[in-house]
Design a protein around this ligand. Structure first.
Ligand SMILES: [Zn+2]
Length: 289
């Protein structure tokens, strides 16, 4: 099998897996890979990723000009080109709309809490790129901000993007993003995560690479500066007594005080003004962040 036919086959396989796992619906999502130094092989526009065949793929140059293929390249080609432009080490890019991770992207909640060792050792943090109209030049600009320091990110109100040294590794990162989102959601439904302490995160950072994947940038030191783009912002509180797991006090502080002296039964009506109701909803959203 030539390199080109192997890449075409891998893209077909990853498309099939993404569709089977519900990461894409209908014609959503796109996949690309470097073919040598100056060309890309890419999924075509408007096809279901679950039912592709190797002959459907497009070959383009690094500026996006179609060189080969009956169909036009993906409508999100500009986003892929931006990743390849900024990251010479990246050889494959995967974009999908996995529902739990996309839920976080829609709620505006990044996956940047220090919770799972595997995630910290591989992807690190998963930020949210600003909202941009899909398929326009806005999207590469939004994604471009985070590409240098991250192998995976959420796209606000849209989906997720991952990249790697080959097609399978870019796809496995998409699996990790969705798995992490699922675990984070369940933990929050069960009362919230306990976070890994800052010291434990420092320990884990030294293990990076031992899982066969290394994040492209270090974890940002304290105090966290959300404007830094050369490192990964990870929420990991310091622990004075040396505990490795720390309650999520930042969220706890934001919780409204428990009502005192009220004796409202579960079936009784209460009255709230519009601004009280809005404040309650805002508090609930903040607790999720
Ligand atoms: Zn999309």
């Amino acid at each position: 099998m030539t390199t080109e036919s192997a890449l075409r086959a891998d893209i077909v396989e990853v498309g099939r897996r993404m569709y089977a796992r519900g990461y894409t619906a209908s014609n959503d999502g796109n996949i690309s890979a470097r073919l040598g130094d100056d060309r890309l092989v890419m999924t075509p526009k408007s096809v279901c990723k679950g039912f592709m065949t190797p002959d459907m793929m497009c070959i383009t140059d690094l500026a996006g000009k179609k060189l080969q293929g009956d169909r036009d390249p993906s409508s999100e080609m500009l986003m892929h080109l931006e990743v390849y432009r900024q990251r010479p080490d990246v050889r494959a890019v995967v974009h999908a709309h996995p529902p739990i991770a996309t839920g976080f992207a829609v709620a505006g909640i990044p996956l940047n809490r220090a919770v799972l060792a595997e995630v910290l050792c591989t992807l690190g943090s998963i930020p949210i790129a600003d909202y941009a109209t899909p398929s326009t030049a806005e999207l590469p600009a939004a994604v471009g901000k985070y590409v240098k320091a991250h192998d995976g990110m959420l796209l606000a109100n849209h989906g997720a993007l991952t990249m790697g040294a080959d097609i399978m590794s870019a796809y496995y990162k998409m699996e990790t993003v969705e798995h992490f989102a699922k675990i984070s959601l369940v933990a929050r439904m069960l009362g919230g995560e306990r976070l890994l302490s800052r010291d434990e995160v420092t320990r884990l950072e030294k293990l990076r690479g031992s899982y066969g994947i290394a994040a492209p940038a270090p974890i940002c030191p304290e105090p966290l500066d959300a404007a830094r783009l050369d490192c990964q912002v990870v929420q990991a509180p310091p622990s004075a007594a040396g505990e490795r797991l720390v309650p999520d006090t930042a969220s706890a502080r934001q919780r409204p005080p428990a009502p005192s002296g009220s004796h409202v039964g579960p079936d009784e009506e209460i009255r709230l003004t519009y601004s009280e109701l809005t404040a309650l909803i805002e508090d609930a959203v903040r607790q999720l962040k």
